[in-house]
Design a protein around this ligand. Structure first.
Ligand SMILES: C[S@@+](CC[C@H](N)C(=O)[O-])C[C@H]1O[C@@H](n2cnc3c(N)ncnc32)[C@H](O)[C@@H]1O
Length: 201
């Protein structure tokens, strides 16, 4: 890859990756996360992802959820242990997927992570919700595929939740999401992060 952000989504197998781990307390419960160099937000849970989880949990999540671009699985772990949901997670980064599955096991989460280019390898097409902190820096072609695949993977009536950043062009992405779903509600805003929800009609 030729850009500076490839470390977020390409697993460079020629490099040695240092193991990292940290504990995180959420709603009074302690979680343990194992991460590595080369995965997104390796030293702590990303502020945007955390804000997304906190906001989405207020929406009474239930049923089957898809965590698109799961990284080491933080969103799925926190959502699955605080709502009555079954999570499937996927990421293009093989190392992230491996870490996500280890983190599901370590935190006793009944979830499964698979390697997938956006939704390409996800079999199910009737998820109750899709949740994502999308990789903004990969460019519009992949980013728009995140929005389109989310729509495709939802059942009618299912909800799409995403965190976007004002300074990274949230308004443009909201327009694109609206063009796919025909609706896009802003659930909350904080420190430049915007949490959106769209329903598949
Ligand atoms: C902003 S990070 C969020 C990671 C994780 N959900 C979190 O909150 O820590 C975006 C993730 O999308 C993944 N990604 C990038 N391009 C992808 C693609 N084409 N298909 C699937 N995942 C991709 C990256 O590897 C990265 O883990």
């Amino acid at each position: 890859m030729v850009n500076n952000f490839s470390h977020y989504f390409v697993d460079d197998k020629t490099k040695q990756h240092k193991d990292i781990s940290f504990d995180f307390v959420f709603k009074g419960q302690k979680y343990h996360f194992k991460t590595q160099d080369g995965v997104f937000s390796k030293s702590q849970i990303d502020d945007g992802s955390l804000f997304l989880v906190e906001t989405a949990l207020k929406q009474n999540l239930n049923g089957c959820g898809l965590d698109l671009g799961c990284g080491y699985g933080a969103i799925s772990v926190l959502v699955a242990s605080n709502a009555n949901v079954n999570m499937t997670a996927c990421d293009i980064n093989e190392r992230a997927v491996q870490l996500a599955n280890e983190n599901f096991q370590a935190n006793k989460i009944n979830a499964n992570a698979i390697i997938s280019n956006v939704g390409d390898s996800v079999q199910k097409n009737d998820y109750d919700f899709v949740i994502t902190n999308p990789p903004i820096r990969v460019g519009n072609a992949i980013l728009f595929k995140f929005f389109e695949d989310s729509y495709q993977k939802l059942r009618v009536g299912g909800a799409f939740y995403a965190v976007l950043r004002k300074k990274q062009g949230a308004e443009t992405y909201i327009k694109k999401i609206k063009s796919i779903y025909d609706n896009c509600e802003i659930l909350d805003k904080h420190k430049g992060y915007v949490i959106i929800k769209s329903i598949k009609k």
